[in-house]
Write a protein that binds this ligand. Sequence first.
Ligand SMILES: Cc1cc2nc3c(=O)[nH]c(=O)nc-3n(C[C@H](O)[C@H](O)[C@H](O)COP(=O)(O)OP(=O)(O)OC[C@H]3O[C@@H](n4cnc5c(N)ncnc54)[C@H](O)[C@@H]3O)c2cc1C
Length: 409
Amino acid sequence: MSPLHEQRYDVIIAGGGMVGSALACLLSGHGLEVAVIDRDGAPLEPFPATYATRTSAITEATRRLFVAIGAWRGMQARRVFPYRTMEVRDAGSGARLHFDSADAGTPDLGHIVENRVILAALRERLAEHRNIHLIAPAEPAALHLDSDAARLRLDDGRHLAAPLLVAADGGRSRIRELAGLTTWGWHGDHHAVVTWVRCAESHQNSCYQRFLPDGPVGFLGFDPHHASIVWSTTPERAEALAAMDEAVFCAELGAALEHRFGAVEACGERAVWPLVPHHAHHYTRPRLALVGDAAHRIHPLAGQGVNIGLLDAAALAEVIGEAHRSGREIGDHAVLRRYERWRKGDNLTVQLAMEAIKRLFAVDATPFTALRGTGLRLLDRAEPIKKPMIRRAMGLSGDLPRVVKSSGG
Ligand SMILES: Cc1cc2nc3c(=O)[nH]c(=O)nc-3n(C[C@H](O)[C@H](O)[C@H](O)COP(=O)(O)OP(=O)(O)OC[C@H]3O[C@@H](n4cnc5c(N)ncnc54)[C@H](O)[C@@H]3O)c2cc1C
């Protein structure tokens, strides 16, 4: 039964992070009234002068989506960093795999953008749309998926209802839990230490990843002498790295990177993230869909998490837009199942590939290491195989939503 003072929308999105906010912009383009709820109501700006700890490597597909919703220029006006080369090195064998945007015939392979820059530009767009209503800070307290609408009671006592509710509230999704949707996964044996660093030598718009036996250390270049670091390792080692004196940490990191960019001279605040992969058994129920980390959380070693989450948003918006135009009920399970069939297989493939790569490089036994090195060296010379790999890493292969098919601006 609907409460007396119920605020009604076409779609409610729980979670105004990168995926939820982008989805709201896409849905607003279909003329739908959208409510976005987030527990974090703190302003994102002004930014501190230093770099942020959390950063994303974003693909060309993601950049196109940001262009389409008018958020890319807001990111460029703050700061984005293109990268033109990517090198993967195996510490065990010394072999390397090198990708260059010139081989793909594109100006760059992708961009490194701080999460707060992405969010600030997206939130700016939300504020510009009259049919998007940001409700923050607020949290869902109770959920009912009724036959005519999804009904949400917020912690401040407000009641909201819509034909469709989307959970974009991250890996520990409260909506997923309230709806009784389960996940499968495995106990993650990695924690990531994240920070920014300053190096003595210029990285020349490159990204670098070195696979050590206990996990990969990733270097994502910002301006010529600064980079974002994601160092995945055992939980014990991660805690030790985070607790070290700055000079000792910089020396350890420099050694882990083989001093590829000279001495590591300084670092920012270090944060530790447990990496616990999961995948929802089902992405949808009647009147409910999961997107982004609420549906799947993957290892960050190839920087794909938010990129595949944004493809979820683009696919769901396309499916809903078509249903809305043809007068179909947008919360109908048959409509939502189309989205699930479209995205789940691709997301599972990416997740399992990340896990396979992680395990492949973790083996530290001599005959296997030598074999792995030979395989990598052969692959590095196999241009016909590398090209499709680059397109895949740029998010440009597979069954893409329309919004990312065109080349953007
Ligand atoms: C160390 C690390 C490095 C990474 N690097 C990359 C990378 O380079 N490239 C890449 O593509 N991905 C990367 N990822 C993954 C990426 O960060 C996630 O996939 C992405 O943040 C998911 O976005 P989301 O919007 O789905 O969820 P989130 O970013 O978790 O956002 C969820 C939103 O929901 C809100 N929320 C949560 N719970 C509630 C609630 N109960 N009520 C109201 N609001 C709520 C939160 O405030 C937040 O705004 C990395 C992840 C880690 C851990």
